[in-house]
Design a protein around this ligand. Structure first.
Ligand code: BGC
Length: 271
């Protein structure tokens, strides 16, 4: 039976975009669950070092590695460095993501491309590297029932169209079918691939949506559960999806959105 307190004991996890926001909190949640965590980041190193230091201070193991997830060479180098340090990998959390919002007719090709590169191609490159490692290593049933797990961070916008965010919504719609396709292709090899679709989570990416009282009131109208999410809400969902408790779950999306996808404007029963 798996350890309920540390369900990810002896497992190695790599989280992309782990120095801030949802990625940071996911790194903490995975470490609390017993995993050693590779903290991928890009740009400023200090926030990644802080995540590593916090995990180590609580007795965990972590390593910061810089890589642009949209660069094949950098992704390959990151997985090599990670496996050199920890031996192998059991969990990939494809979290790194960006927004470049713009009215569609004004949207520069570069903004379309950048969002697709990071949000979709990044998940392709990292998933490919992770699956190659899972297949190379083979099953370790005493550590994890599944040979390997991938969690892709999608969004409620894999389902909800989003004006002025065509690049972002298209990238997340792509993530949904990437997840389902990989889950289908690798289920027989005992690799589980799922996604978490967060709604409004309080992070820097959507600062404008919750920073003022007016904006927050408007946002809360779209969230039946009556609060903006915390990054920890997503981290907890990830830990469960990665654990043996979710061993029969593959190819699905766990929506973590306080009900945002439930058409809240229909909740009065009128109309
Ligand atoms: C976006 C946020 C937005 C949320 C709900 C997320 O995917 O990154 O900016 O607040 O969806 O609309």
């Amino acid at each position: 039976m798996s350890d309920q307190v540390h369900p990810l004991e002896n497992q190695i996890a790599l989280v992309t975009g782990a120095s801030t926001g949802i990625g940071r909190q996911s790194a903490f949640a995975l470490a609390e669950a017993g995993a050693a965590v590779v903290v991928n980041y890009i740009g400023e190193r200090a926030p990644a070092d802080e995540v590593v230091a916090k995990i180590e201070a609580r007795g965990g193991q972590a390593l910061a590695i810089e890589a642009d997830v949209s660069s094949e060479a950098q992704v390959e180098a990151m997985f090599r460095a990670s496996c050199e340090r920890f031996g192998t990998l059991h969990i990939l959390v494809n979290n790194a993501g960006i927004e470049k919002d713009c009215a569609f007719t004004e949207m520069p090709l570069a903004d379309w491309q950048k969002v697709i590169d990071v949000n979709l191609t990044g998940q392709f490159l990292c998933s490919r590297a992770a699956i190659r490692e899972y297949l190379r290593r083979g099953p370790q049933p005493r550590i994890s029932k599944a040979t390997g797990k991938i969690i892709c961070i999608s969004s409620v916008h894999q389902r909800i169209p989003w004006a002025k965010h065509a690049n972002y919504a298209a990238s997340k719609g792509g993530v949904m079918l990437l997840v389902e396709t990989l889950a289908q292709e690798f289920a027989s090899r005992k690799i589980r691939v799922n996604s978490v679709a967060p709604g409004a989570i309080k992070t820097a990416i959507n600062h404008a949506a919750w920073a003022t009282e007016d904006a927050l009131d408007k946002l809360l109208e779209m969230i039946p559960y009556g609060r903006v999410g915390d990054a920890a809400d997503v981290g907890n969902a990830i830990v469960w999806l990665c654990s043996d408790a979710a061993d029969y779950v593959t190819g699905t999306t766990l929506v973590v959105d306080g009900g945002m996808t439930l058409y809240p404007s229909f909740s009065t029963g009128e109309g």
